[in-house]
Design a binder for this molecule. Structure first.
Ligand SMILES: *Cc1c(COP(=O)(O)O)cnc(C)c1O
Length: 402
């Protein structure tokens, strides 16, 4: 039988909605792109986006910034993290996460990974004590959310402040509480490959007035902070404004305008992503040699990518699966490859950090495969992709006795 081939692109996003394009054109017609360049009585697109994002997440305060990476480094600075400080983080995440820690001169302390691809809470409990770190930059890598109730108990008991990296969990929740609302600060990315798309961009949320006042000043507010509408009262700024440096990383009206339209539509997009995700997951279930990632019933996900494991498979077998799938149009990434290709997600690729050994993370990443699910795919596409992966895994696996 002829082998079926998939012809879609794994990196092609949908076009922006017409309403977003019109909103962008309206901003360009005014010539006022800088967030503090406002007409008399005007609130501006950036401040409106911040109000709407605060409402969307239920946070008191929100700040729009230049990128997700900037959001995280700004959060660390707002907590006073500086040179030589230790910051706990995931051994499995994306390079901007340890990069944010390094950008303030701090030292990452990586924590082990579970089979559910979440931070290992037993290991976290140990490392909280051993490291003496006072901050955890927690990454919900690829949208996998750990038991946040238990994580917060561990961190609260040890006086560890939690910053959540929600680059892959905008629109997701744990136990009914939006991702980003468990810790002290939530950070988001609006980069093209995340859940709302402005090319580059980020958001910071918090309920803590002083933390948010510092974040606003850090982002480069030139003492124009009274123009923020989703931020603490001006009195809070009085306390911190002389001691907080300007590390410019603002968002502009053009990006905010296109994000506002997309944010309003996010719940519908989440439902579409989850249809793709469950279709692929169902198609892969019960494939010999392949383990789907277990999701907790308390997790409310955004399935914008999917992962699966080939536990115990030899590197040559994995390479065969990847080659077989690629030949049929299905682009997979392997987190276990010796040399990072196109991205880095393993703690041992970040050699500016002190070397650490995380054997459980190594074992999991050795068999971990990753695939994007852009919304340009249909549910039928998702079904075909799962069929191709299933075929190729079964063909590559050494035969087991019947
Ligand atoms: C994309 C991403 C970020 C932020 O990235 P930017 O490109 O700086 O917006 C942070 N964490 C994770 C896990 C990411 O994938």
């Amino acid at each position: 039988m002829e082998k079926r081939v998939f012809t879609g692109s794994f990196t092609q996003q949908e076009s922006l909605p017409e309403a977003a394009i019109e909103a962008a054109i309206a901003v360009m017609r005014t010539g006022r792109l800088h967030r503090y360049n406002l007409a008399e009585g005007e609130v501006g697109e950036v401040a409106h986006l911040e109000e709407e994002f605060a409402a969307f997440t239920g946070a008191k305060y929100a700040l729009a910034v230049a990128s997700g990476g900037y959001a995280m480094s700004c959060a660390l600075r707002a907590l006073g993290v500086g040179p030589g400080d230790k910051v706990l983080s995931n051994g499995f995440t994306l390079a901007p996460v340890p990069g944010a820690i390094a950008s303030v001169g701090a030292e990452p302390v990586f924590v082990e990974t579970t089979e559910a691809l979440t931070i290992d809470l037993d290991d976290l409990s140990r490392r909280v004590v051993d490291s003496g770190a006072k901050v955890l930059l927690l990454s919900h890598m690829r949208g996998h959310i750990c038991d946040m109730d238990r994580l917060m108990r561990i961190c609260d008991a040890a006086g560890v402040a939690v910053i959540e990296d929600c680059a892959h969990t905008m629109g997701a929740a744990w136990n009914g509480v939006p991702s980003g609302r468990h810790g002290l600060i939530g950070c988001y990315s609006t980069q093209t490959y995340k859940h709302i798309n402005s090319g580059e961009g980020g958001l910071v949320i918090s309920d803590d007035p002083e933390v948010m006042a510092r974040a606003v000043l850090l982002s480069g507010s030139y003492m124009l902070y009274p123009r923020h509408t989703a931020s603490p009262p001006v009195e809070t700024f009085e306390k911190v404004k002389w001691a907080t440096p300007n590390v410019s990383g603002r968002m502009d009206h053009l990006r905010a305008a296109i994000l506002r339209v997309q944010l309003a539509d996010l719940p519908r997009q989440v439902a579409r992503w989850n249809d793709l995700y469950t279709t692929v997951e169902d198609g892969l279930r019960n494939t010999p040699g392949l383990a789907v990632i277990k999701r907790d019933a308390r997790e409310s996900i955004v399935g914008s990518s999917i992962q699966f494991r080939l536990p115990g498979a030899a590197p040559t077998t994995i390479a065969t699966v990847l080659r077989g799938c690629a030949a049929r149009g299905v682009e997979l990434k392997w987190f276990g490859a010796e040399e990072p290709v196109a991205f880095t997600s393993r703690y041992d690729s970040w050699r500016y950090a002190p070397p650490q050994s995380l054997p459980r993370t190594d074992a999991i990443l050795a068999g971990l495969i990753d695939m994007r699910l852009p919304l340009t795919f249909s549910v039928a596409d998702a079904g075909l992709i799962a069929e191709i992966i299933r075929d190729e895994v079964m063909a590559a696996m050494p035969r087991v006795a019947e």
